[in-house]
Design a protein around this ligand. Structure first.
Ligand SMILES: *Cc1c(COP(=O)(O)O)cnc(C)c1O
Length: 454
């Protein structure tokens, strides 16, 4: 049976199709499928691994990437896996949730944050978000805690740090575990500590669109507990997460492994009494890990570029009537995986007018994310419109995202700023915009995403 894969195009989804009749405007400022930039160092890392590495799986490159990552976060353990989704699945597994347990989660995130919980017999309570940041509101969390609550699952939305101090206090008061979805937040810091340093478990994605990428797919789970390290190292390598008890066995004439036998050890001497996870293969490949190490080293430069683009966009938007730009908390550094702001109803420009002007000027926008509690699978579980009024109101009326990624050239940022000015003030931006520093993409580079100088 053959399956046809739809061609990959630079065409954005619905939005630009909705924007005009037949001829969609040429894309001048793409919202890319690649959120990082790669250069000669990444290519060399792949070449070196492929030509001279001792294996392409579970070798030195992975060990190096993981130890650098753990060090970056200041955590005891960092385990790479094949995606952010798998990282979350494993992290949620390690919570040891039992039927009837409850988890409090944010509704304003990508669906993978809570998707693994759909497969468990647990109740998810969606806590509404803060209008300032779209991050989970600690006061709502506190209200939803009861004696069945076991964990809080949050995201640092767009790279804006969630209020970990308040959430940690709640978790400690009620004996809850915290899972941080840091898929947007590599490079985010708060009070001098990176996102992912304070949750019981922190999950990262190195998907193509994220702040760094391990060749398109990859993820990481970070934490401090040694017992979890043992279990995680098993389940990502096709070994069950189980409790074993010693038992004397004899198989035919054999009471122990023959020299050189596969599956020695426990198979001959133990029984399994509890099986928590059957195990799977989630091994990040060596070339991917080698690229991850290079990308992690380049993180300050990559996130620096996001921040300077965000600063320019904030300058255009700040103080404009009807526009609200989230304020970065004092002492925090936003990684700007997403550049999000709000168009308040009743202002001089509606959200739709702004989207239409951007589309007409060839600026791609994706709004993300649809509130999860309103997805059909969560509605099936009894979740309803009205449950998270702030997330709903902002999403359905005000939410905006703009392209903000390191492969945008200065010229493209000018083009985006000019389009915003046109929409907001009916006139183009002034020429000679402030020079952006720390740019990996020279201003003359065309919009080939992810191919900026390395
Ligand atoms: C991308 C993303 C994920 C999933 O990561 P993958 O690597 O794509 O599986 C999870 N949560 C959030 C918030 C994300 O943005």
């Amino acid at each position: 049976m053959s399956r046809t894969t739809p061609p990959v195009t630079a065409e954005p989804p619905e939005r630009s199709r909705a924007a005009g009749p037949s001829a969609a405007p040429a894309v001048k400022v793409p919202y890319p499928g690649i959120g990082s930039v790669f250069g000669s160092r990444e290519c060399e890392a792949v070449r070196e691994t492929v030509l001279f590495g001792r294996t392409l799986s579970a070798g030195e490159r992975r060990a190096e990437f993981e130890s650098r990552f753990a060090e970056h976060l200041g955590r005891r353990h960092a385990f790479s896996v094949t995606s952010g989704t798998v990282a979350l699945e494993f992290a949620l597994h390690l919570l040891d949730l039992r039927p009837g347990d409850e988890v409090i989660a944010t509704p304003q995130t990508y669906l993978a944050t809570v998707q693994p919980l759909l497969g468990k017999d647990v109740t998810v309570r969606f806590a509404d978000v803060l209008p300032e940041s779209l991050n989970i509101d600690p006061r709502r969390v506190e209200e939803l805690v009861n004696d069945r609550t076991r964990a809080i699952v949050l995201v640092h939305y767009g790279g804006h740090p969630a209020d970990m101090a308040a959430l940690r206090r709640i978790a400690e008061r009620h004996g809850l575990l915290i899972v941080e979805d840091c898929a947007h937040a590599l490079g985010t810091t708060d009070a001098g500590r990176p996102a992912g340093a304070r949750g019981d478990l922190a999950c990262f994605s190195f998907h193509s669109s994220k702040n760094i990428s391990t060749l398109g797919e990859g993820g990481m789970v970070a934490f401090d507990r040694d017992a979890w390290a043992e279990r995680l190292s098993r389940i990502r390598a096709n070994e069950p997460d189980a409790d074993h008890v010693p038992a004397p066995h004899a198989f035919g004439d054999s009471a122990g492994p023959a020299a050189g036998a596969l599956y020695p050890g426990l198979a001959y001497t133990h029984d399994c009494v509890t099986l928590r996870h059957p195990g799977t293969n989630a091994t990040l490949s060596e070339p991917a890990a080698a690229v991850g190490t290079v990308q992690l080293e380049r993180l300050p430069e990559l996130v620096g570029r996001r921040r300077s683009i965000a600063a320019r966009l904030t300058e255009v938007l700040d103080g404009v009537e009807g526009i609200r730009v989230p304020r970065v908390p004092d002492g925090a550094e936003h990684s700007y995986h997403l550049f999000t702001f709000f168009v308040e109803p009743g202002g001089p420009v509606s959200r739709q007018e702004l989207l239409d002007q951007l589309a007409a000027d060839g600026v791609q926008t994706y709004l993300r994310y649809f509130p999860l509690h309103l997805l059909p699978e969560w509605r099936l579980r009894g979740h309803r419109y009205g449950e998270c009024p702030t997330a709903e109101r902002l999403w359905f009326e005000q939410h905006m995202n703009l392209p903000c990624h390191p492969s945008l050239s200065d010229g493209q940022v000018d083009c985006l700023a000019a389009s915003l000015e046109r929409a907001l003030h009916g006139r183009p931006a002034m020429r000679g915009s402030p020079v952006l520093r720390g740019s990996p993409a020279p201003s003359s580079t065309p919009a080939l995403h992810g191919t900026g100088a390395g």
